[in-house]
Design a protein around this ligand. Structure first.
Ligand code: UQ1
Length: 446
């Protein structure tokens, strides 16, 4: 019965898709194609639509196409709040189509299979070919769950004590595991290399620490942070403050320790150290941040750098190769040498929009320049948050430094992260009307 109902739902979904396709999109020549409808793709699609309107050249709805096969859009910064028991996970996803203004933007429910930048065309997963005048890559990154032997199996087992805030499926298990722990060894990991929101692996640790203190379990639970990185954080100002916090709170710090495998039955985690030797550690609770990297469909394309990130100019967000000058990228899939966060998108999107508009209209980029702004709202407990904000060169670029020392956790920042940012994200950011530190004031580029 259930299977029949599921099948009926599935075919209805397929039908909807083909109807949508047929009714809204029959061209194979597009003006602007946006690959990926995450925070970057939705922000940019709206801002581009607004930009042409402001210039008195309003586009048709078929002129901006978002390619994304996902049924849902997720507010990923919320997953830490789910892991900390502050919100149900359903608060942080919405049906993808509910976020597309169908009179201005066309959604095609497919992903890209192949890039052919020399002919300005792409091939979708169904084999259809589309040409573009400009292409925007906002495809996110790949989480490599299979890189750690034992991890996927442990995550699927409700009794394993192993969890992760890095997926919708597993973020609620984090809170179940944190709450279930009465005594033992709680381990939190961060891999070596590039991940999205590099602060999140320790945010969830600080929340667990605070929960255990509040519920008087602190003396029965030992917490340790095992990180593949050499310090607590990339920016010295915040790293020093976080390390002091770690020492004050009696949390063990194990640097350049990279998780390489898990033996769930024995509750053992194996780490590789800088000298390539390995060490086995017993755990009762294990919170894992898996390694991440570029998507395979990008890695095998001609538009990426040696590491597999879309190779863009770090100031203009235009492709670094002149022959691919009608390609732009932002966010996690890009080579931009800054921390991959939703806050970074708020600064990248207006620069990309202005330069894309200028290239399509004049053939040249505008004066809009991205300075690398990004932010990591670092939860350090219930009611406290350290607001790291910085730019290229790992240099602080703080919004509230006239009022606060931002390396010192406070309650106002906590409510920004827990209450304000999710609200402003759904309301304004993904509709292209929120510009991060400059709020609703669109940055002006002269
Ligand atoms: C921000 O605009 C934003 O998006 C809504 C975030 O959330 C995901 C952030 O974490 C940050 C820091 C900003 C930047 C805004 C201000 C007011 C500093």
């Amino acid at each position: 019965m259930l299977a029949t109902r599921k099948l009926a739902r599935f075919s209805r979904l397929q039908l909807n898709r083909s109807v949508r396709w047929a009714s809204t999109f029959e061209k194979d020549k597009c003006k602007i194609v946006v690959v990926g409808g995450g925070s970057g793709g939705l922000s940019v699609a709206h801002q581009i639509s607004d930009r042409f309107r402001r210039a008195g050249k309003a586009l048709n709805k078929d002129d901006i196409v978002i390619l994304d096969a996902a049924d849902y859009h997720y507010y990923q910064p919320g997953w830490t709040l789910v892991g900390a028991g502050l919100r149900p996970k359903t608060a942080f996803r919405r049906p993808f189509d509910s976020l597309i203004p169908s009179d201005r933007i066309t959604h095609i429910s497919e992903n890209v299979k192949l890039f052919s930048p020399t002919s300005s065309s792409i091939t979708t997963t169904s084999g259809r070919s589309l040409t573009y005048e400009a292409l925007v890559l906002s495809a996110g990154l790949k989480i490599d769950w299979n890189a750690i032997p034992g991890l996927s199996k442990a995550l699927a087992d409700p009794t394993s004590g192993v969890s992760s805030i890095y997926s919708y499926d597993t973020c609620d298990k984090v809170w179940n595991d944190i709450e279930a722990l009465r005594t033992g060894q709680a381990i939190f990991t961060q891999p070596a290399g590039i991940i999205k929101c590099a602060g999140a692996p320790q945010k969830i640790m600080w929340m667990a620490w605070d929960r255990y203190m509040q519920t008087k379990r602190g003396d029965k639970i030992k917490i340790d942070f095992f990180t593949g990185m050499p310090t607590m954080f990339s920016v010295k100002k915040y790293s020093d403050a976080l390390n002091n916090l770690r020492v004050d709170r009696g949390v063990g710090g194990h640097f350049q320790h990279n998780l390489v495998s898990i033996a769930p039955a024995d509750r053992k985690a194996t780490f590789k150290k800088a000298d390539q030797s390995t060490v086995d550690v017993d755990f009762t609770l294990l919170h894992v941040t898996p390694p991440m990297g570029p998507h395979d469909f990008l890695k095998s394309s001609p538009i990426v750098d040696a590491a597999g990130w879309v190779d863009v100019d770090k100031s203009t967000l235009r492709h670094a190769k002149p022959e691919f000058g009608n390609i732009f990228a932002l966010g996690d899939c890009s080579s931009l040498p800054t921390s991959k966060t939703a806050a970074a998108i708020t600064s990248q999107a207006p620069v990309l929009t202005e330069n894309l508009f200028s290239v399509l209209e004049t053939g040249k980029v505008s004066s809009a320049i991205y300075d690398g702004y990004t932010s990591c709202p670092l939860l350090t407990g219930y009611d406290q948050l350290m607001l790291a904000e910085f730019k290229y060169g790992l240099e602080p670029k703080e919004t509230f430094s006239w009022m606060f020392n931002q390396a010192k956790p406070n309650r106002l920042f906590y409510h920004l992260k827990k209450d304000f940012f999710p609200w402003v994200y759904w309301r304004m950011m993904i509709t292209g009307k929120w510009f991060g530190p400059s709020a609703v004031a669109r940055p002006k580029f002269s």
